[in-house]
Ligand binder design. Structure first.
Ligand code: HEM
Length: 188
């Protein structure tokens, strides 16, 4: 499969989570209006098991950001924080034996998303390669068919927070929003 872009589908549960975050930030009434104005092909009738084009995700995030004067990238990042909280509550066994943020980030590809794939065989997940550069430093290479690196950025930041560590998550190599190397440096 050699597609990159906004037509690539995203699992419905990501959409339903985005609408929950939107309700939380802007209130249900404002969100209904925002969705009406966008006039989406799906009519925003998302179910968690369906698949919908990434373009709709980006349209909703862009419109949400415009309401509060922030960019789509900033909304994606905040959404990453939101989703990590929800997913770790919903799937505690995925994170149970992971004692540090790096332990968890290292197994997103091989364990966490591998389990997601078993639950949802039609899920289209990104690929990750990680490399420890020292006890407090790790490189994480995100590669996807969808341009969601800012969402990924937020998820990584949220992993650090979850384990009570602070640090910098920097874009070390920018090959576009679908292919990015993050440099994660923890503070001691
Ligand atoms: C308990 C933890 C997690 C669960 C259950 C989970 C599950 C999922 C699911 C269901 C999707 C949607 C797949 C689709 O659209 O078909 C997804 C997408 C994604 N996940 Fe995870 N995930 C988890 C943790 C993480 C973490 C920690 C990261 C970051 C390092 C991450 C990075 C991503 C990204 C960036 C996407 C968007 C799709 C893309 O960019 O191609 N996930 N994940």
């Amino acid at each position: 499969m050699n597609r990159v872009g906004l037509e690539v589908p995203v699992k419905g549960m990501i959409f339903t989570e985005l609408l929950d975050l939107a309700d939380h930030l802007a209130g249900e009434e404002a969100v209904d209006k925002l969705l009406d104005d966008l006039d989406l092909d799906s009519d925003a009738a998302y179910t968690s098991v369906g698949n919908y084009p990434c373009s709709e995700l980006v349209q909703i995030m862009t419109a949400l950001g415009a309401q509060s004067g922030v960019s789509c990238d900033e909304v994606q990042r905040e959404f990453g924080h939101w989703v990590l909280g929800i997913f770790t509550d919903r799937y505690p066994h995925f994170v149970k034996d992971k004692h540090t943020a790096f332990d968890l980030l290292e197994v997103i590809e091989t364990e966490v998303h591998a389990e997601v794939r078993k639950l949802y065989p039609d899920a289209e997940l990104p690929t990750f390669r990680t490399r420890r550069l020292g006890p407090d430093r790790m490189e994480m290479h995100y590669h996807s068919e969808r341009p969601l690196r800012s969402f990924c950025h937020g998820l990584i930041e949220a992993c650090l927070q979850r384990y009570g560590v602070t640090g910098q998550v920097r874009i070390a190599q920018d090959n576009g929003a679908s292919d990015t190397v993050f440099d994660i440096q923890l503070e001691r």
